[in-house]
Ligand binder design. Structure first.
Ligand SMILES: [Cu+2]
Length: 280
């Protein structure tokens, strides 16, 4: 029972270690926006979904670190305290009801603590908030096609090859035509593919949705910070799978209106009046 009495100090130690590991992870440039060597952790979250995903990740990290350190400490203590030298006559105890209840109930409670925020977030991610605009994404071997159905805009987006890179353009992560969306706007994203399965992934937005031929998937995001955000196709889709990045420019609403005006196709010719149907 010495184990149980020394628990208070030990659990305080666990908490300190878990918090320290999180602080170190964050201090190591986990939130750096620009691309650098040896980056660690997530990109800076830009949407409420990604903020919550990161929070859940941190919570799980604390839980996992705590469990790992506790089990390691227990193992170490057992090896030391109950070695043949210190404990020449081992106890023949086979059951202890109290300790069995404890080691069943505590893990169950930990699972509940993990499950509640997980399900809340899953439902939030899969909710369909009222969208302000729609973006359609079509995966191709090996480029992305984008449509703004409300505005009749459609374009393809190809990788900028290494030989064509301009200063400031990251290798393998820039495209000729960026997606442009306004800040603080709920965007419904409809995702499909024309040939094989691709996956539309934008880490800073907390989005990863498969693009499946003949099937329309839906997700959403609400970007709350302007900037240029980069993602990649995340489903092995052929030899140039690694060469179809995704770039989203989140811009101010006025800048977006200007972009729309520049990219809107010329007004379609007025529809020819349908001939009158012959009535009998
Ligand atoms: Cu792909």
């Amino acid at each position: 029972m010495a184990i149980l009495t020394s628990r208070t100090g030990f659990s305080r130690f666990l908490t300190i270690i878990s918090v320290l590991s999180l602080v170190l992870l964050h201090a190591s440039g986990v939130h750096a926006q620009e691309i650098k060597d040896w980056q660690l952790g997530f990109q800076q979250p830009v949407t409420p979904v990604m903020e919550q995903l990161e929070g859940l990740h941190d919570l799980l990290l604390v839980v996992i670190t705590g469990i790992t350190l506790f089990v390691m400490g227990l193992l170490g203590y057992t090896c030391w305290r109950f070695s043949a030298k210190r404990n020449p006559v081992p106890s023949k105890t086979t059951h202890n009801t109290m300790i069995e209840v404890i080691w069943t109930v505590i893990p169950a409670l930990i699972l509940v603590v993990v499950a509640i925020p997980t399900f809340k977030l899953l439902y939030y991610m899969n909710s369909e908030p009222e969208a302000d605009m729609t973006l359609k994404v079509i995966g191709h071997q090996w480029y992305w096609e984008y449509e703004y159905p409300e505005h009749g805009i459609r374009f393809d987006s190809y990788l900028v090859e290494e030989k064509d890179l301009k200063p400031g353009q990251p290798r393998l992560l820039d495209v000729d035509n960026h997606i442009v969306v306004p800040v603080d706007t709920t965007v419904r994203v409809l995702i499909t593919a024309a040939d094989v399965i691709h996956a539309f992934t934008m880490p800073a937005f907390g989005i990863k949705t498969d693009a499946v031929p003949g099937h329309l998937n839906q997700t959403w995001f609400r970007a709350e910070k302007t900037g240029t955000y980069r993602g990649q196709c995340s489903e092995l889709c052929g030899v140039r799978h690694g060469y179809m990045p995704i770039v989203i420019d989140v811009v101010g609403k006025e800048e977006y209106a200007q972009w729309l005006a520049e990219h809107k196709p010329a007004a379609a010719a007025p529809e020819v009046a349908a001939p009158e149907t012959v009535t009998q």
